[in-house]
Each structure stands twice: as structure tokens, then as C-alpha cells.
Design a protein around this ligand. Sequence first.
Ligand code: XMP
Length: 430
Amino acid sequence: MKQDMIVILDLGSTENTVLARQIRDMGVYSEIHPHDITAEELAKLNNVKGIVLNGGENRVVDGAPVDVLPEIYACGLPVISIDHPTAKCDKQYDALPTDEQIKAFVFDECKAEANWNMKNFIEDQVELVRRQVGDRKVLLALSGGVDSSVVAALLIKAIGKQLVCVHVNHGLMRKNESEGVVEVFRNKLDANLVYVDATDRFLGKLENVADPEEKRKIIGGEFIRVFEEEARKLEGIDFLGQGTIYPDIIESGTKTAKCVKSHHNVGGLPEDLQFELVEPLAQLFKDEVRACGIELGLPAEMVYRQPFPGPGLGVRCLGAITRDRLEALRESDAILREEFANAGLDKTVWQYFTVVPDFKAVGVRDNARSMGYMCVIRAVNTIDAMTASIERIDYELLEKIADRITAEVPSINRVVYEITKKPVATIEFE
Ligand code: XMP
């Protein structure tokens, strides 16, 4: 293993991730583990150089006071407590330590080396995956999103054709997106890729369904069924690769190992299709996942892709989806993306897309009254998607986009720009 590691034990602090970032920013890899880790579990982690006990103000988990097991204090590794003034370790601080104090602990006391970088991370993960998987096979649902793409590239590097990627095109992808997945993974990376065009099946199930939550349920449920059918066709698969990243684990509200495990279910696959999980990105923050993707040679547009909802264009083709409106949505979205890229806004705006509501408006085309769809442009900025502000787009650019959309997408005769913040609106319309 290439990288030294500092282990942060979570005794109920809300600042664990801040601390992990602080240590990683010093060039030393750090992982957060539950307070009740045993000495045996700790010994299985690679290259641990020191332990930070992090309990916030009270050292309370799930309402009860906690401490680490006595064997952790006795394991011989340097320990620092950055919380509780009465902590049982030899070193104590009254206030949260400064960057300098953490540096002194990490480098002087633990003698950790600043060797945390993506190249070393990838080499370590490749070795760990090879150890875990041996000569067996791993299945991966490859959506083309950042996380699944990076995990696919990493697993291809580790185990090549022992990885079977399944890409389900539900017909609600953006323009050229599925084609891009095939191009990068099958043609460039020589992946073992199963491409399933399930467009008719999804659109059939969604016919006349207008309720947003019902649409989401159908898309999610159908996705699992299609994936399961493909999994059953394949022989001898023992593992499921997942693009789980660190925020996924934090967002499931975890403080202890027990909670972490509840996150690790296979998202509804039937009992007889249970796999062991391979999750090489589980300790990475989003920006680190992107850096990992670039280091693995994935194209920048895939790695820096803006967030795209799992139900895809399905929740932007408002109400009951029809093929003509879906097409209008896909084409208008592609024009918006192209113009944003030309203006350099693709690098600065967090999320931008078009929406097509399920009604027609009156317009004039070729000197005659005609009914057409309306296209809504939405462009927002946010840190965490909990609140969002609108992007103040230049009017000339907006007009250019409106002209292009109405000229190139004949079924659209109106373009509007949405200017509502979240809250009170949400980012998506459904
Ligand atoms: P809202 O609309 O709730 O969206 O403000 C916040 C962020 O989440 C994305 N989003 C989804 N992502 N499945 C997803 O994977 C979904 O069903 C879904 N709904 C919204 C949305 O694009 C935005 O970035």
C-alpha cells in the first residue's frame, strides 16, 4: 500500500468530514470510522499511523455518552483527542486544535508521509480490488454519471474484462448521452459493456402517468427490473460494483457502523440476487472523485458533468410523457447546453436545463396561427442543492438561445426564463 493513513474515530462530532478534509489537504489520507471499532478491525486497515478521537462537545452518539474501546488506547499508535477535556488519552486539548497542532500530530508524532494523491490512491485501490475479487466477476450499473463512470474506469484498470458493465438506456437520457457511454467505455476503454435499449419499455409503462412521484416510482422500479433481467442472463457474477461516494454515506445520517451498513443495500434487487459489494470510491469526496476520473483518463465532459436526476428527462417532460414533447425537450436541452458551453457558462453554472410543460400556447409560424409547446430554461447555482439562486444570464445570450430553439425545434413556439429561487421553488419542476 502506498498511502499512510490517519484514522478519525467518530465519537459524535458533526465536524468529522471537515477534519478529514483538513488532514487530506495536508497531503495525508484520512478515513472516518465508528467509535466502537475493535483493535482487530483497526489492524486490518492499511498503514494507519495515528488516531484522532473526535467527539465534538459531548461525545454523544444516538443520545448516549460514548468512548472508544480500551484496547484502542492500548494499541500502540499515537492518539490525539480533539474534543473532550477529560478524555482518557495522554494528550489533551482544551480547545479545538489549530491546523498547526494537527500538522504537528500528523507529521511529528505519527511520522505520516504526505503521500496522498490520486495516483497513489488509484494504485492502492487497484490492489485492494484485485485482492477482494480475485479471478471472479463484478457487475456494475453504468449510468454514465460521474460516480458510476469513475468507478467503472477504476475497476477496468483493476480487473479488465472481469468487470461487466450494464448500461440501461431508459429513453430519458439527454441527447447523445448513451452514445457517449458506449463510445468511451466500449470503444476507448475496451470494457465488457452490455448496452440495453429499454426506451419502448419505459415509455410504455409511463404512458398516461402524470403524477411526478408515480413517474419516479415507475422509472426506479423498472430500472431495477431491467438490470435484474440482465444480471440473471450473466453467469458466475459474485460482486456488484457501486459508485458509492463519501457524501452518500454521510447523507444517510450515519454516525456509527450500524448505520453505515444500512446504506449498503443493493437497492431492491431480489434476495436470490445478493452480491458482495465493491465500492472503491466510498471514501472520496466529490471533487476527489472527479480528480480520480481525470487521472484515469476519462473525458473532462464526463467527469465535470452537471448533476442529472436519476429519472432523467422524465421529470422535465412535465405531466404525462409523450414522445413528441420528450423529443422537443431533448433537442432544446441540447441547444441550451451547446450555447452555455460556447459562452463558457458550462464551467461556472451549477445546473442548467430545459423543461417542457404539458400544454400548448398560441403562436404564429409561416404567417399562420399555430399551437406549439413552451420551453422553460432554468439555470441555478448552489453549494448543496438545498437552496439555490438563479444565474443572471445575459439577455443577448438568452435571445440567441430562444431564436435557436424556436428555429430548430419546430414544435416549440415560446421560450421563457425561470427566475425563482429555491426555496420557494425546487430546482426541478417535478
Ligand atoms: P430539487 O428539485 O429537489 O433538486 O430542488 C435538487 C437536486 O436533486 C436533483 N434531483 C434528483 N436526483 N433523482 C436524482 O437522482 C431524483 O429523483 C431527483 N430529483 C431531483 C436535481 O436535479 C437537483 O440537482
